[in-house]
Design a protein. Structure first.
Lengths: 347, 289, 252
């Protein structure tokens, strides 16, 4: 697979730098709204991590899962349940366990549903999300609809020496930003690997992939678990940020929002999912500031987006870049290929 | 447990199942014929309930409200299909999920704007209020019997249509082939509109007729949507017969679950679904898919 | 008969009450081209699906290199060495031609659960893909998106992908479907060169092609074998002539 077009790379780097510098210069720019935006950006980046892992499933492997929040919530709950009441949980214990629970949940759910596809798969993922919702809602240890509070952020320390103070908002911001960048790079590496190629093949023509000698179920299951684990990591960060988990964290509605982020951003491109998370939250913020019935505006946006912008923001950007490139090279006698290879579209 | 209680719970379970069948049959029809996953099906149920509430207070009579609600729901279904749903026929499932999810957001917001966030109740019409005495110490609300009866009638009607008409032939064949259907001399575009409108009407009617027993509140569409998915998953996508059996099964499981394991009442139905999937990964009557 | 590469014994497949393939027994020797012909609806495609595992037999067996493979999944039969091409072009349209063959070649790695090295870094895979592309005559289209090349080229790619999996036996389902005269001639040449190296099971309607490269012919009608034997024998068989070949006219 080839890299992204230069203009898009530059765009992403600029956006990343803006984020990097925000905590340093933000206060000077936005005054007393600094803290609010710092938290908001942290939340958006956490959602972006969830969205980018969903893109692996939806945009790459072609599995439309509406259960992605399940792993997000389950990891958050694990952290909250592990946390002792009057002390900070150690990140070296809490993080692996949270990720482990998310991975296990994905493995079990995946094993049950991976043989299905299409509409059936979608419905089953929604149903399993709801099942988890009720389990967490009703189970006596899970705090019911009120959820669980996390009194202390996880402690990142070695031999009693603190490495990172996660209760410091700027520190958490950088931890999340670094996580987002690392997750993106990890998934991008995954997509360029043999495993990634098989996933792309499955989305395009699963029958042929099997006829070539691969067992598609195994690859789909592994993708499901990887994506679920990364989603769990986002949930861990979210629980850390808010200090609070509740059953809504596993709801299928949250999963549907994540799906929308992936589509809005442009599925299959990875960076699109990240842009989509920012765009979605931006719209949410803007609509909420206009009316309490922001859902109406968001719903209309979703509908219009599906009808008018099927390739999402990333698709639009890539199309614009392509047109600009052609104009830059002067009018060429040969038109650009009708169908872009996957290699030309994504990194 | 004594026999009367057993009987009452079972009858409740069956009634719930029959009602669920009304809603789920619409969903599985829309899938089976048009291959559209319609997340907005739940809000149609909710719209039916709110129509019942609104029209009853407007017209002063519940039965009139029911009669008035059905054509309104059909109209809404036709408008939805012509305006939006028909653009989804050539699109993938992801687009269908998102667009119909957008519809949920829109209708939820409209409901909130029109009727606020409180729950409302619809009175059981005087004609059907009260209980009927079945045995010595067993009284059963007449309205619930009426509700079950209506559902059974509709189910029979559906059975007859499916077995005896050309449209029914398409449904039974799980016709996915538009050319083939057109070759049978059937106008495909209006067939799809009709199927969608009927599905919408069934859901709305179910919401309306259930309003006196289940009250009317925001978000009621979401719960029933998911349960319908469970019914369709258990019954097998596209199978009306499967939807009927699965609906009864789910209704009974849900009711008995609330009695036997009240702590996990919510999750019991999903445990059932998981168990069925382990045994039959594509549902009990997995049809053309 | 133990040196037969591929054999079927009494292979039968029902769909509900309909018999698609009935009691078919045939064998393919190494370095032999075994063509299967017959009118539409004769059960040829069903037979191919049974050979490659896309369908399970209702009864009967498929033996490959002495091993019973009846009912194995398509990926298992592929890994054992049966390379199958499809009647309706079944490629990855957004991948380049080279990438199509690379994905095919990659299947011969012990496993593809490899996450960290770029796929281009697997030199053996790339070499195999390039060779397959060369064999099927598409080296000049290596970078072109498979969805943008001509129909004839796509049919060639279809075969190229199979070659990239380094099969020990080829099963080709109507490789010349929908092709014009000139394109067909090219593919016949390709098949002829392949026939020198691989045992070949060929389902085809194009009689010219069949008679020019096949050694053994099996004629199927209504799911059953009408005749099976060397090309000359079958051609002269009166039952075959009556039922299928007509008065020596082309059958389309």
């Amino acid at each position: 697979m080839q890299s992204l077009p230069r203009s898009i790379q530059i765009l992403l780097i600029v956006l990343t730098l803006l984020l990097v510098f925000y905590p340093m210069f933000g206060e000077a720019l936005v005054g007393d709204k600094y803290d609010y935006y710092l938290q908001k950006l942290t939340t958006i980046m956490i959602l972006a991590i969830m969205a980018v892992s969903l893109d692996l499933l939806v945009g790459v492997a072609g599995m439309v899962s509406v259960a992605h929040a399940a792993f997000f919530g389950v990891a958050g709950y694990t952290l909250a349940l592990l946390a002792p009441e009057y002390a900070a949980p150690s990140v070296w214990i809490a993080l692996p366990l949270s990720l482990g629970v998310a991975a296990l949940t994905a493995l079990i759910m995946g094993a049950l549903i991976i043989r299905t596809s299409g509409i059936f798969f979608i419905m089953v993922t929604i149903a399993f999300s709801q099942m988890l919702f009720y389990l967490l809602h009703d189970a006596p240890f899970a705090g019911g609809s009120d959820g669980i509070f996390l009194m202390f952020k996880p402690e990142v320390a070695i031999a009693g020496v603190q490495l990172l103070d996660l209760s410091n908002r700027a520190t958490l911001f950088y931890v999340v930003l670094t996580s987002l960048i690392l997750v993106y790079l990890l998934l991008r590496t995954l997509l360029r690997s043999p495993f990634g190629r098989v996933l792309f093949g499955i989305k395009e023509n699963e029958v042929r992939v099997q006829a070539l000698g691969y067992n598609p179920l195994a690859y789909k299951l592994v993708a499901f678990v990887i994506a679920g684990t990364v989603s769990g990591y986002a949930g861990f960060l979210s629980a850390t940020q808010y200090g609070f988990v509740n059953p809504a964290d596993v709801s299928w509605m949250l999963s549907a929002h994540a799906l929308f982020m992936v589509i809005l951003g442009g599925m299959g491109t990875l960076f699109g999912a990240i842009l989509g998370a920012f765009a979605f939250e931006g719209l949410h913020y803007w609509y909420s500031s206009m009316t309490t019935h922001w859902e109406l505006l968001m719903g209309i946006t979703v509908i219009l987006m599906v009808l008018l912008l099927p390739k999402g923001i990333a698709g639009l950007l890539l199309q614009l870049d392509e047109r600009w490139q052609r104009r830059r090279r002067g009018d060429e006698p040969e038109p650009a290929p009708i169908v872009k290879t996957k290699a030309e579209e994504h990194s | 447990m004594d026999f009367p209680t057993f009987l009452i719970q079972t009858m409740n379970g069956l009634q719930q199942g029959l009602l669920l069948f009304l809603v789920a049959s619409g969903l599985t029809l829309i899938f089976g014929i048009m291959h559209i996953i319609n997340l907005a099906h739940g809000v149609l149920y909710m719209i039916g309930a709110y129509l019942a509430f609104w029209l009853t207070s407007l017209l002063g009579n519940f039965f009139l409200a029911l009669v008035a609600a059905v054509p309104l729901a059909v109209l809404l279904g036709i408008v939805m299909e012509k305006l939006l749903i028909q653009r989804l026929y050539d699109r993938g499932h992801l687009d269908q999920v998102l667009l119909t999810f957008g519809l949920i957001l829109v209708f939820d917001a409209l409901q909130s704007m029109l009727w606020g966030n409180n729950s409302h109740s619809v009175a059981v019409p005087a004609l059907l209020s009260g209980s009927i005495t079945l045995t010595d110490n067993l009284n059963y609300p007449i309205y619930r019997l009426f509700l079950s009866g209506v559902c059974v009638l509709i189910a029979i009607g559906m059975y007859l249509i499916i077995q005896k008409t050309r449209l029914g032939m398409i449904i039974r064949g799980g016709a996915s082939n538009r050319e083939m259907v057109q070759g049978l001399g059937i106008n495909i575009s209006w067939t799809y509109t009709a199927v969608f409108a009927v599905g919408a009407a069934l859901a709305a009617f179910a919401g309306a007729i259930a309003a006196p027993v289940s009250s009317v509140y925001p978000g009621m569409g979401h719960e029933i949507l998911i349960i319908c998915f469970v019914v369709v998953v258990i019954g097998g996508v596209g199978s009306i017969k499967g939807a009927f059996l699965a609906a009864l099964l789910v209704g009974l499981t849900s009711t008995w679950g609330a009695v036997l394991v009240p702590h996990f009442a919510g999750a019991v139905v999903y445990a059932l679904m998981a168990a069925v999937l382990l045994w039959k990964p594509r549902g009990l009557f997995a049809g053309a898919q | 008969m133990s040196n037969m590469i591929l054999q079927t014994h009494g292979l039968t497949r029902y769909f509900g009450g309909l018999v698609a393939v009935k009691d078919v027994s045939l064998s393919v020797a190494p370095c032999q081209v075994h063509a299967i012909i017959g009118p539409n609806g004769a059960g040829k495609s069903t037979l191919v699906n049974l050979l490659t595992g896309h369908l399970k037999p209702s009864s009967g067996q498929v033996i490959f290199c002495g091993r019973d493979i009846s009912g194995l999944a398509p990926n298992a039969t592929s890994q054992l060495g049966i390379g199958r091409s499809f009647q309706r072009t079944n490629i990855f349209p957004s991948f380049s031609c080279l990438e199509n063959c690379a994905l095919a070649a990659q299947s011969r790695l012990s496993h593809s659960m490899r996450f960290f090295r770029r796929v281009e870094g697997y030199a053996a895979v790339r070499a195999r893909a390039e060779r397959a592309l060369e064999l099927c005559g598409l080296s000049h289209r290596a970078q072109a998106p498979a969805g943008a090349i001509s129909y004839g080229e796509q049919r060639q790619l279809e075969i190229g992908m199979v070659l990239a999996t380094e099969p020990s036996c080829l099963v080709l389902d109507e490789p010349m479907a929908g092709m014009g005269q000139e394109e067909s001639a090219q593919v016949v040449e390709l098949l002829r060169s392949l026939a020198r190296e691989y045992p070949l099971v060929l389902v085809e309607h194009d009689m010219d092609a069949v008679f020019s490269i096949a050694h053994v012919l099996t004629v199927m009608v209504n799911g059953e074998v009408l005749a099976s034997g060397s090309v000359d024998e079958v051609r002269c068989d009166p039952a075959v002539q009556e039922a299928y070949l007509g008065d020596g006219e082309e059958v389309y």
